[in-house]
Ligand binder design. Structure first.
Ligand code: COA
Length: 390
């Protein structure tokens, strides 16, 4: 398979990841899920897991780690080598009814760090909790344990996890954790964010000092062990479409620099820039700006008009409501003759939010982020905008 636009660094990462996958295929490494919820548990493996966390999370009290690893409500997904030594592990608590899993501890043994093991472990973990959510959701509570009785499992190779995608989209599933501030970069690389959208964990998980709460949505449509191929296919499609639309791939040379007096004199610029006095181009630009706003992670409160049934007093305070779907309809009805009324609507939407919500609310923060992003986009496109207006 060819990968358009993949850098050398990305290729190297892919190779590193493949090597780790091969260690599972060659049976040098195995995945085990172990929990005291299973009465027939492997206590030696649990002790080894506890030792790993103790070694890698040296600031955590030992007794505390012991209690968490041996808690029957918790499970431990552990990567072990041929000698059953623990190479990496995740201690987690499932809240499948609420649609999330809390990571309590996560660590890779020092000797295996910085080789992509942590990243592969997270991919396996995501596939593992999908499997468990399907298996355990709605299961009856064990009368002795007072919770769902989870079972120990052992997996040779990765086949079981590779077959997970395409099993049908289930309910939304999130991972939530208090990330140690030293490890926040690792969690970001694994798709975690401190911009929280999911809130059902509130009141259910413990607070940790010195940590930042982060969340990650687990997508059923993606098999995380094949995520690079998945991204590669999408990348390939995007670049192919771009070749057709704007010839981005054609390299044009400037033979004589003295002929370049303005930006449009640079070969290629004129053919890809929207042409002035073209009404269609203005609509295209506004349409692009709306879809860019919509796809922003902070846009969720602004996608549709505020529902008066959910926020009964909203329309008492906000007399000129605005949202992104209304802007889209106005655009389709040709009600933006120039860029200014559109920009006014974006600012109105954000101002309404500032006026109705307190500074500490998620809504206020989302509005601020959306506005900052919009302003920088506007600045970027100001040349094109001026051409439409002139
Ligand atoms: N800060 C910033 N980025 C980090 C990082 C850190 N502490 N640790 C790893 N990364 C990045 C890597 O650079 C890599 O990025 P890349 O994909 O761009 O190359 C990516 O995260 C994956 O790295 P990987 O080599 O797979 O991770 P690892 O095997 O070294 O494991 C930890 C990462 C965090 C699990 C491991 O360092 C560890 O066990 N730390 C101690 C325990 C801990 O802090 N756990 C988390 C809180 S419970």
């Amino acid at each position: 398979m060819s990968f358009f636009g993949l850098s050398e660094v990305q290729r190297q990462k892919m190779e590193k990841e493949r090597e780790t996958h091969r260690s599972f295929e060659n049976k040098e490494l195995r995945v085990r899920v172990v929990t005291t919820s299973d009465r027939d548990t492997d206590e030696v493996l649990l002790l080894k897991t506890k030792c790993l966390f103790q070694k890698q999370l040296s600031k955590m009290p030992r007794e505390y780690i012991l209690r968490q690893v041996f808690d029957s409500k918790h499970m431990n997904m552990v990567l072990v080598n041929k000698g059953d030594d623990v190479v990496g592990g995740v201690c987690y608590r499932p809240f499948f009814e609420e649609g999330f899993v809390e990571i309590v501890f996560l660590a890779v043994d020092y000797d295996f760090q910085v080789r992509g093991m942590g990243s592969v472990m997270m991919d396996i973990f995501k596939e593992n909790i999908k499997r468990e959510m399907v298996e355990y959701s709605g299961m009856a509570v064990d009368r002795v344990l007072g919770a769902v009785a989870y079972r120990n499992k052992e997996f040779d190779g990765l086949d079981h996890f590779l077959s997970m995608a395409g099993d049908g989209v289930q309910r939304p599933l999130y991972i939530v954790t208090y990330a140690d501030n030293f490890a926040i970069g690792y969690f970001r690389k694994q798709g975690f964010s401190s911009d929280l959208r999911f809130s059902r964990w509130i009141g259910l998980i413990k607070d940790y000092e010195g940590g930042t709460i982060v969340e990650c949505r687990v997508f059923w449509e993606i098999n995380y062990l094949r995520r690079r191929e998945f991204i590669g296919r999408i990348r390939e499609r995007v670049f192919r479409d771009m070749e057709r639309v704007n010839e981005y791939h054609v390299v044009r040379r400037i033979a004589d620099y003295s002929t370049v007096k303005e930006i449009g004199d640079i070969p290629g610029v004129r053919s890809v820039s929207p042409q002035p006095q073209c009404r269609g181009s203005l609509n295209k630009l506004i349409s692009y700006l709306i879809s860019d706003l919509r796809s922003n992670p902070s846009a969720w409160p602004f996608l549709k008009p505020v529902d008066a049934a959910e926020v009964p007093d909203y329309y008492e305070h906000i007399k000129r409501p605005m949202d992104l779907s209304t802007m889209q309809s106005k655009l389709e009805d040709n009600r933006y003759p120039s860029i200014e009324p559109f920009v006014e609507d974006v600012r109105l939407m954000v101002d309404n939010c500032f006026r109705y919500n307190g500074r500490d609310t998620q809504y206020y923060k989302c509005a601020q982020k959306l506005l900052d992003n919009f302003n920088s986009k506007l600045e970027f496109y100001i040349h094109a905008i001026n051409r439409f207006s002139s």
